[in-house]
Design a protein around this ligand. Sequence first.
Ligand code: C6P
Length: 415
Amino acid sequence: MTTSPAPTIQFDVESIRKEFPILHQKVNGHQLVYFDNAATSQKPLAVINSLIDYYTGYNANIHRGIHTLAEKATKAYEATREASMKFINAKHVEEIIFITRGVTEAINLVSHSYGRTFIGEGDEIIVSELEHHSNIVPWQMVCEQKGAKLKVIPILDNGELDFNAFKKLLNPKTKLVVVNHASNALGTINPVKDMARLAHDAGALILVDGAQAAAHLPIDVQQLDCDFYCISSHKMYGPTGAGILYGKKELLEKMPPFFGGGEMIKEVTFEKTTYNDLPYKFEAGTPNIADVVALKPAIDFIQSLGKATIAAHEHELLTYATSQLDSLKGIRLVGTAAQKVSIVSFVVEGIHHFDIGQMLDSRGIAVRTGHHCAQPLMDRLGIEGTVRASFAVYNTKQEIDKLVEGLDRVINFMK
Ligand code: C6P
C-alpha cells in the first residue's frame, strides 16, 4: 500500500464481513469494532470450517500412514505448501518450511541453524531500529554466543529507515541484514528490494520479517531476491500455530537441521544419522497439521480478493483515519512514513495509552496499546508506548468514525 491514489474498490465490504462471524457481536454493550488486526486478524468461515472438516473428517498423521485418512491429510497439508509457494512466488515447493508458531519460530530457526553455523567472531548482523523484539533478540543471542556484532539502522523522525545510514553500515564484515517488510508499531513499509540488492552487493544475506506484510502487500520472493522470508498464518486470516519460513533452496540445503527427531531423517543408527530432503529436514515431529491445512483457505481468501483490491480498500481506511485523527486536538500521530500499511499509531497528550485503550474497550473498540514489542523503537521516539489501530479488509470508515468519536469523548472526559 502506498500514498498513491487508491483505485476504485472492487468488492463489497458488507459481504466480506458476513464471512467473519466473530465481528457480529456486542462487546461491553456496543457493536464490536476490531482494530487489533496487526496483533492477529479474525478468521473467515472458510478457515473455521476447514478446521472442523479436518477434525471431523480426516484427522490422521501425515507422511507416515498408508491408510485413506492419512493420505487425505497428507494431501491437504501438501496442498497448503503448493498454495504458499504460489502466494509468495517461490521458485521451488521445497523452499516452503512449515513452522508451528509464526515469524518468531521462523526467525529462531534461521538464527539457530544459519546464524550459529555461518556467523562467527567479528562478523556483523545489521538490524533496524524498527524491528519487533522477535527480529532483535534471536540475533543478539547469536552475537553473544559467536562473538559477532549487532549494528542498527537508525530511523528518521517520520519512522522511515535512514537509507543512507544503512548503506554506510554495510561492509565486508556484514553477514546478514534482518528487517521487517512493514513495521508493526508504525506501519512503515521498508524498501526491502533495494536493501536486498545492497546486502548482496556487500556479500551479505537478507532475512525479511513479513509478519505485517503477508495480508496486505504483494509478496514476490524472487523479485525481492530475499534469502529468507517469514510469515505468521494468524496475521493473514489463518489459524494460530502455523507459519511459513521461505528460504532459498541452496541455502536451506547447506543449513543444518534445527530440531532433531522423526520425519527429518533418512536413516538413523547410533553411529550416524542422515537427514531427510527439503523441506522435511526442517519439519521434525508431527507438525500442526490442522492449522497448516486451514492456512490454505486463508491464502485462497486473500487471493480471491486480490492484494491490489485489499490494498486499495485498506489505503482508503488509512488515509481516512490519518486525516480524522490528525484533526483531533490533543492527538499526535507517531509514524508518518510516505509508504505505510494500514496501521495508525498515536499518543494522546496527558493521557496514558493504557487508559485510552481501556476506555475504547468499554465502547466495544479493540485497539492495542503499549510498546508493541518494539521497545528500542519506543526509546528512540522518546515515548513509552502508543495507541495502535490496525485495519484489515473487513473494516469500514464507519468504524473509524466510532474510534474518532470515542477518542473525542475520552479526551474531553479526561480534560
Ligand atoms: N506482532 C503485534 O501486535 P508471531 O508472534 O511470531 O506471530 O509474530 C511476531 C512478530 C514479528 N514481527 C512483527 C513485525 C510482528 O508484528 C510480530 C507480531 C504482534 O504487533 C504481536 S506482538
